[in-house]
Design a protein around this ligand. Structure first.
Ligand code: AMP
Ligand code: FE
Ligand code: FE
Ligand code: ZN
Length: 294
C-alpha cells in the first residue's frame, strides 16, 4: 500500500476546484496518506478537511500559502509564495495579514476585470458568481470566467496569454514582504517553507548566478526550508536548493500543488515529502498540531 506524503494542495476556499471534502477524498484515492491543505491566504478549509479526514482516513497537515514579494539583486519585484505549516490559526497578526492580502486580491481582481471587460464579455458578477463566497480570489477565477465566455479553452490558455504577467490586463497583487512573512509565520508558531522556488528560471538554465545572498538572508531571518520536488522547479534549481538546504540544515519538501483535475495538470501525490522531513516540520511547529486519524 502506498503511503504518500503530499504537503501542498488547494480547495474551493481559494483557487482549487474541489471542496476540502472532495480534496481529501481524492487524496485518499490517490494513495496520499498525509495531505497538506494550503489554500492561498486563508485557513477557511481546515475544519472541513479535518472532518473529511476522519471519513477517508487521511492525516492532515494544515497550512496556508501566503502571498509575499521580494526584490531580485537587479531590483525587480518578484512574487514569492510562502507555505506556512501548523501556525496558530487564531494568531491576531497572522489573521490580519491574511485578511489584508485577501482584500488586496479582491481590489486587484476588480481592477483586472475592469480592464478585461473593455475587450472581453466578462463582468465582476460572472467572476464572483462562480466562486464560493469568501474564497480567496486570484487569476484562476478570472481565467474561469474567460473560459465560460468562450474566450479561451482552458485556465492554462488564459495564463499563457491574456492573464500572463506583462499582459496589458495584468496587475500585481498586494502582499507582505517575504522577510515579514517568515517572521510572522514563526511568531504564529508555524513553519515557513518557500513554495516552488526559482520557477522563473528557464528549464535549461546553466545554474550560474543563482540568488545565494537572497536565500541566505532568508535563512538568517528564519525560513525553515523550501519545496524542491515540484513540477515547476527546474532541475538545476532542484540540485542547488537541495545542496543549499543541506549546507544550512534546512527542510526540503516535495508536493503536487494540486488545484483540481481541470484546475491545473498537477496530480495529487505526483511529488512527495520524505517522512523525516515531515517529522522535522511537526517538531518545529508550536502553533497547532497535525490532524491525525491513522
Ligand atoms: P495570482 O495569485 O492571482 O497571481 O494567480 C496565480 C495562481 O494561478 C497560482 O496560485 C497558480 O496556482 C495559478 N496558476 C498559475 N498558472 C496556472 C495555469 N497555467 N493554469 C492554472 N492555474 C494557474
Ligand atoms: Fe493557486
Ligand atoms: Fe504558489
Ligand atoms: Zn499552491
Amino acid at each position: 500500500m502506498t503511503q504518500l506524503i503530499d504537503l501542498h494542495a488547494h480547495s474551493t476556499k481559494s483557487d482549487g476546484l474541489d471542496t476540502p471534502t472532495e480534496l481529501v477524498r481524492f487524496a485518499a484515492e490517490a494513495g496520499v496518506a498525509t495531505l497538506g491543505i494550503t489554500d492561498h491566504d486563508t485557513t477557511d478549509g481546515w475544519a472541513e478537511a479535518f472532518r473529511a479526514a476522519e471519513s477517508f482516513g487521511v492525516d492532515i497537515v494544515p497550512g496556508i500559502e501566503l502571498s509575499t514579494h521580494s526584490y531580485t539583486a537587479a531590483g525587480r519585484k518578484i512574487s514569492v509564495h510562502m507555505l506556512a505549516y501548523l501556525p496558530d490559526p487564531s494568531h491576531p497578526e497572522l489573521r490580519q495579514a491574511m485578511s489584508e492580502t485577501k482584500d488586496g486580491r479582491v481590489n486587484r481582481a476588480k481592477r483586472m476585470v475592469e480592464l478585461l471587460a473593455e475587450d472581453y464579455p466578462i463582468s465582476w458578477d460572472d467572476v464572483i458568481g462562480a466562486m464560493e463566497p469568501g474564497a480567496t480570489i486570484g487569476r484562476p477565477a478570472l481565467a474561469d470566467a474567460l473560459v465560460r465566455a468562450g474566450v479561451v479553452a482552458t485556465r492554462s490558455n488564459a495564463f499563457e496569454s491574456i492573464l500572463a504577467k506583462g499582459s496589458r490586463y495584468y496587475i500585481s497583487e498586494y502582499s507582505l514582504s517575504t522577510v515579514d512573512a517568515i517572521r510572522l509565520v514563526r511568531s504564529a508558531g508555524g513553519v515557513p517553507i518557500m513554495a516552488h522556488p526559482l520557477t522563473d528560471l528557464s528549464q535549461d538554465h546553466d545554474g550560474s548566478d543563482l540568488p545565494l545572498a537572497e536565500f541566505e538572508h532568508l535563512v538568517e531571518v528564519g525560513i525553515a526550508g523550501w519545496e524542491v520536488q515540484h513540477r515547476l522547479v527546474p532541475q538545476v534549481a532542484r540540485n542547488w536548493l537541495t545542496d543549499l538546504a543541506a549546507k544550512h540544515g534546512l527542510i526540503i519538501t516535495g508536493s503536487s500543488d494540486y488545484h483540481g483535475l481541470l484546475g491545473k495538470d498537477n496530480r495529487l501525490g505526483e511529488n512527495q515529502t520524505q517522512p523525516e522531513m515531515l517529522e522535522r516540520i511537526v517538531n518545529q511547529a508550536s502553533g497547532c498540531e497535525p490532524f491525525l486519524v491513522r
